[in-house]
Structure formats: C-alpha cells, structure tokens
Design a protein around this ligand. Structure first.
Ligand code: ATP
Ligand code: MG
Length: 216
C-alpha cells in the first residue's frame, strides 16, 4: 500500500541510535510512505536539559540519515522560537500539510506511557494519529486516564489510519531493539566502545567534538 501520509518521529536523540533508525525505516516500509522524518526537540520539556546543544543533537541526526533516502532530518523544532511542545509541532505540520493529509506521530511505548504529562496531550489526536511502537521492557500503560484515551482512539489496522487525516492510535510491533541513548551515554562514560549501537558517522562526530565527557 502506498500513502501520502506525513510520518515523523520526535525525540531528544541524545544521541540518535539504531533503535531510532531501524524503527523509522521499518515504519516507512510498513506504512508505504516515501520518507520518515526525524525531528529533534529543542529543549526537552519532560526531563533535565542534556549537555549537548540542540544544534549538536540535530547534526548527529543529520549525519545518521545522510545518504539514506528513506529517512530525513527536520529542524523545525530546534529552529523555532517557541518551546519544543509536540502540540506546536503538530499544529505547524497541520498548517503545512493542509486539512486532509494524514499526519502520523511515531513514538515508543515508553513515551506513550508518559503521554498524560505532555502539554495539552489530549489535543494531539485533533492534528495527527499516534503510532506507538513496542519497545523491549515497556508494557501497555495501566494508567486509567490513558487507558480511557487509548480505548477511545485505538484502531487495529493501518488502513483505518491512512484513510483519515488524524484521530487514531495504532500499536505496532517491529524488530525489538533494546538500544537506548542512556545506554550509549553510560557506555561512553565507562570508557567502553559504543560502536554498532549507532552509525559510525555519529561516533566520529562525538569524538571530534568531545561530547559525552570524552576527553581525548
Ligand atoms: P534516552 O535513553 O535518553 O531517553 P532514548 O533512547 O529513549 O533516549 P529518545 O530520544 O528519548 O531516545 O526517544 C525518541 C523516540 O524514540 C521516543 O518515542 C522513544 O520511545 C523512541 N525510541 C527510542 N529508542 C527506541 C527503541 N530502541 N525502539 C523503539 N523506539 C525507540
Ligand atoms: Mg527516551
């Protein structure tokens, strides 16, 4: 099935890794869209500010997708004067895409579990569908408010998502990859090699710019 849906994945990407990249690539194939966009957030609103600048995190995403036509990096959040709230991103995307084009926001189960803490989260489905990807170690949320929201919006098949511009929640299982940016930061801090968890170009950039506490 081919679709003109706009599909994106937001995140801190501190740093981007193969869990993000493989997820985005498999989502692209499964949804039949031309590309999946990765949109790094400017200032993380749900956690402490990381030590890397927005520009550095964006640059790592850019390097990771360079030469990969199926993925792209989008700087709309980091270059916006507004705070990095997903709601604002969804509003800006909806304005750009017009009223009818499906917009899909991809997130891992861990992010979905925290959804009720996001700014104006109940309005997300006014602008987009939520595609929730299972992530090793994270189960379906048990929170009452979120369960109610899930039951209200959940659909079982992709066709229901692609046939309308917004409003649905779809869970999907892909190749499970237990990689996290936290694991990569800890690996580097221990002085161990993080290779093969993310693209070599990203590791080279980290070394060249002495990120994550690297001293030599
Ligand atoms: P951190 O450990 O710093 O939280 P992270 O690995 O969770 O980093 P984020 O930038 O927080 O990466 O995640 C961006 C998005 O990608 C989130 O929606 C998250 O759920 C999803 N994601 C991250 N890693 C994976 C993975 N291995 N498999 C599936 N989804 C993932
Ligand atoms: Mg995370």
């Amino acid at each position: 099935m081919q679709s003109d849906a706009f599909v994106f994945m937001g995140g801190t990407f501190d740093p981007i890794h193969n869990g993000h990249l493989r997820t985005a690539l498999e989502i692209r194939q499964w949804m039949g869209v031309e590309q999946v966009c990765l949109i790094p957030s400017k200032t993380p609103v749900h956690r402490a500010e990381p030590g890397r600048t927005s520009e550095q995190r964006f640059e790592m995403v850019r390097l990771a997708v360079a030469g990969e036509n199926e993925l792209c990096a989008d700087d709309r959040e980091i270059s916006s004067v507004k705070a990095s709230y997903s709601l604002y991103t969804l509003q800006s995307l909806r304005q750009e895409m017009g009223a009818d084009r499906p917009i899909c926001m991809v997130m891992g189960m861990d992010s979905y579990q925290t959804l009720t803490q996001w700014y104006e989260w109940e309005r997300f489905t006014d602008y987009a569908h939520l595609i929730v990807v299972k992530r090793p170690g994270y189960e379906q949320p048990k929170d009452q408010l979120l369960t109610q929201f899930t039951n209200q919006h959940k659909v079982e098949c992709l066709a229901e998502v692609l046939s309308q511009p917004a409003g649905k929640v779809l869970f999907h299982e892909l190749t499970p990859l237990g990689i996290s940016a936290t694991q990569i930061r800890e690996t580097i801090a221990r002085g161990e090699s993080p290779r093969y968890l993310f693209p070599d170009a990203v590791w080279q950039y980290i070394q060249d710019n002495r990120l994550y506490g690297l001293t030599n």
